[in-house]
Design a binder for this molecule. Structure first.
Ligand SMILES: Nc1nc2c(ncn2[C@@H]2O[C@H](COP(=O)(O)OP(=O)(O)OP(=O)(O)O)[C@@H](O)[C@H]2O)c(=O)[nH]1
Ligand SMILES: [Mg+2]
Length: 229
């Protein structure tokens, strides 16, 4: 057992691959659950992080060659929420045509998903954020969607360097340290912290929708012309 203390903040009871969305406006699964998307440049470790998060070795496909995840892949977790593995951006060797498809796909998904509860933005802890990373964070800020920043591949650095790089990135991007998680898909560092954050974003979204649905239901109970007594 991974967590003998039984304190796993995200126990995976069911996990289902729902399919992939290949083009903006193309097929996507029904959006009846809150969705949490995983974004970041190609090769930053999105698919590896998802596998760690759900504790499966090869659920999301991990690539040797950057640019492997070409569609938005959807995974349903515990019949409670959906995780969306986004294709990576910013890989220089991908053809221009493919790049031209990505931006509308990513932006269309992010701005068109009515139940987007949050986004996990990945950055490689060893690298300075790229222009693409910064425009993605700006785009998410404009959407006002709750965003968690995960700094990946911490196993490649010493403890001291991890702390230093984390401080630099948080300061450089003016991030909220409480919304920033250091992570390694190799050692599992940060998995439980991320799992707790994802579960809490999904739960907060569901609570908000339930509260909103209650208000709507009250409103529609009133027929035009209805009045009390
Ligand atoms: N050392 C180390 N390697 C990692 C980690 N996460 C991912 N990798 C490696 O980085 C490479 C890319 O990982 P992926 O998970 O496929 O990255 P991705 O962001 O999904 O890439 P695209 O699908 O191309 O956008 C693979 O060789 C992984 O094994 C990590 O935390 N530590
Ligand atoms: Mg991937």
């Amino acid at each position: 057992m991974d967590n003998p203390g039984g304190s796993d903040p995200l126990v995976i009871r069911s996990l289902e691959f729902m399919g992939g969305m290949a083009t903006a406006g193309g097929w996507r699964p029904d959006a009846d659950l809150p969705e949490i998307a995983f974004a970041g440049r190609s090769n930053v470790g999105k698919s590896s992080l998802l596998n760690r998060l759900v504790k499966r070795k090869a659920f999301a496909r991990v690539s040797r060659t950057p640019g492997r995840t070409r569609e938005i892949n959807f995974f349903r977790v515990n019949d409670q929420f959906v995780l969306a593995d986004l294709p990576g951006y910013g890989y220089a060797k991908i053809s221009k045509e493919r790049k031209a498809e990505w931006r509308p796909l990513l932006e269309g998904y992010l701005s068109g998903t009515t139940r987007l509860a949050g986004v996990v933005q990945l950055l490689d802890i060893r690298r300075d954020p790229s222009d693409d990373d910064i425009s993605m964070l700006d785009f998410l800020a404009q959407l006002e969607v709750p965003t968690i920043v995960v700094l990946t591949k911490t196993d490649k650095l010493s403890r001291g360097a991890v702390t230093r790089r984390q401080d630099d990135i948080v300061r450089g991007l003016m991030l909220d340290p409480a919304q920033t998680i250091s992570f390694s898909a190799v050692t599992g560092e940060g998995r439980d912290e991320l799992a707790a954050a994802v579960a809490s974003i999904a739960a907060a979204y569901t609570d908000q929708v339930d509260a909103g649905a209650g208000a709507d239901a009250d409103a529609t109970d009133l027929e035009p012309g209805d009045c009390e007594e």
